[in-house]
Design a protein around this ligand. Structure first.
Ligand SMILES: [Zn+2]
Length: 71
């Protein structure tokens, strides 16, 4: 398995998800666990990575609505 590649079972559809840890982006993260949103088919998963880039927690977001902030 390639460096930085992780997998876990999707809590929604039970399929295996292989994904690449965004190592470069995580270098700029100051606080852990850091949330990473993964789109899988029609649902979204929020994975929390700790400072060792290990999966700390997973949340399911069946729908994902982008909010708009106003000044
Ligand atoms: Zn899925």
């Amino acid at each position: 398995m390639a460096e930085g590649l992780k997998w876990f079972q999707c809590p929604v559809c039970k399929e295996s998800i292989h994904w690449k840890v965004p190592t470069d982006e995580l270098k700029n993260v100051k606080r852990f666990p850091a949330p990473v949103v993964i789109r899988h088919k029609d649902h979204y998963l929020v994975c929390y990575l700790d400072s060792h880039h290990q999966l700390a927690d997973t949340e399911v977001a069946i729908s994902f609505i982008e909010g708009e902030s106003k000044e």
